[in-house]
Design a protein around this ligand. Structure first.
Ligand SMILES: *Cc1c(COP(=O)(O)O)cnc(C)c1O
Length: 367
């Protein structure tokens, strides 16, 4: 059986460091907002090339808190619009809605699955306040054009970097390309904790401060609550674990790229469309290796029979989900087609070449 993602195998490869890190926290008697969190925040800010990092409870909270901080500081208001990719995981859109902002969906580029920069300007109105860039599947989605539009219309650029930890855009890492970025360390992500965890990175001190305060019930000083915040903090055990795993993130992403190149070189089937090679200066860290096929259902069945675990990210477009009823009448043909045709093959840093070969051989023989 070729597992889609064997988290036990991956985390075992970090032993004994993980056990030691967790034991250190247990011994310390400090579990929330202590030295481990501060050290990880410093390390992750340095890693992404940003001035500030604020740990949060998860990636969704990181997205929500950035938008909430812009509202609290008077830079946006309820009902203002945020440009969001139509082709994304629903969390990106829910973060906008939770803040009573209005998501305005924009179609992706068919081959990259990421927001099509050429379709953004036509959706900008006097109420538009931000553009959310989602580096979906680990493919860098930032474009000079997006930053230029943001400057022209005075918009914030918010990166959803949940799937692209460690990715480069030229000399810069994703998470440092806009005004703020949300990161998820959900266990399956490229940098995965052993539970829920997330972070915000930014060069904006005021924003970092507001996010930290909002995530701690709006309290900056013990006993004083300046705004109506929430509870969303990165705990000491997850911070200690993340510090260990951050040390190998670049190497792990290289292993993902090796696997992706192997697939791209060897998979050859008339009914399979491979993800395009990223152009130079635009990195892909392959959180997921997503192919397209008009025969997806048959292919999924076939792979399962061959003992190869494949998944669909994602089967239903966000605007077609019951959860987003107000959008159900909209049509985004490119997004809908992508959701009908995509299939994710097993890909992670621990996959061995012979396992990659097994997947390739099986796929190429699909009748
Ligand atoms: C995982 C993910 C999130 C949310 O992160 P959590 O840590 O699960 O809350 C947000 N956006 C995208 C694109 C994701 O993949």
């Amino acid at each position: 059986m070729i597992r889609f993602l064997d988290l036990k195998k991956i985390n075992d490869s970090f032993q004994p460091e993980l056990r030691e890190a967790i034991a250190r926290v247990v011994e310390s008697g400090s579990f929330i907002r202590g030295a481990e969190m501060r050290q990880f925040e410093e390390a992750y800010a340095a890693f992404t090339g940003t001035m500030y990092c604020v740990g949060t409870g998860n990636g969704f909270d990181a997205l929500k808190l950035i938008l909430k901080a812009w509202i609290v500081s008077g830079q946006m208001d309820e009902g203002d619009e945020v440009i969001v990719p139509a082709n994304t995981y629903i969390a990106s859109i829910l973060a906008v809605i939770e803040n009573r902002l209005t998501p305005v969906l924009v179609e992706p580029d068919t081959s990259t699955f990421n927001i099509d920069p050429a379709r953004i300007e036509e959706r900008i109105t006097p109420r538009t306040k931000a553009i959310m860039v989602v580096h979906l599947y680990g493919r860098n989605a930032m474009h000079r054009e997006i930053l230029d539009l943001a400057a022209k219309y005075n918009l914030k650029v918010l990166e959803d970097n949940a799937q692209a930890a460690g990715c480069f855009w030229g000399e810069q890492r994703t998470g440092s390309c806009g005004h703020a970025a949300a990161h998820s360390f959900f266990p399956t992500k490229n940098l995965g904790a052993l539970g829920d965890a997330g972070a915000v990175t930014t060069d904006d001190l005021e924003l970092a401060d507001t996010v930290r305060t909002l995530g701690n019930y709006g309290s900056k000083e013990r006993g004083r609550n300046d705004c109506a915040g929430v509870n969303s903090r990165l705990d000491e055990i997850q911070a200690a674990v993340l510090k260990v795993k951050l040390g190998r993130l670049d190497q792990d992403n290289r292993a993902r790229q090796f696997a992706a190149n192997f697939y791209r070189m060897h998979i050859q089937h008339p009914d399979v469309i491979l993800p395009p090679e990223p152009p130079s200066g635009r990195e892909h860290v392959w959180h997921l290796f997503v192919i397209r096929s008009p025969r997806r259902a048959g292919l999924l069945d076939y792979l399962m029979k061959k003992d190869i675990e494949a998944h669909v990210h994602y089967p239903i477009s966000p605007h077609r989900q019951k959860a987003l009823k107000a959008m159900n009448h909209l049509t985004f043909p490119i997004t809908e087609r992508i959701h009908r045709e995509v299939l994710s093959l097993p890909l992670n840093p621990m996959l061995e070449e012979r396992e990659l070969e097994t997947v390739v051989t099986a796929l190429n023989a699909f009748a």
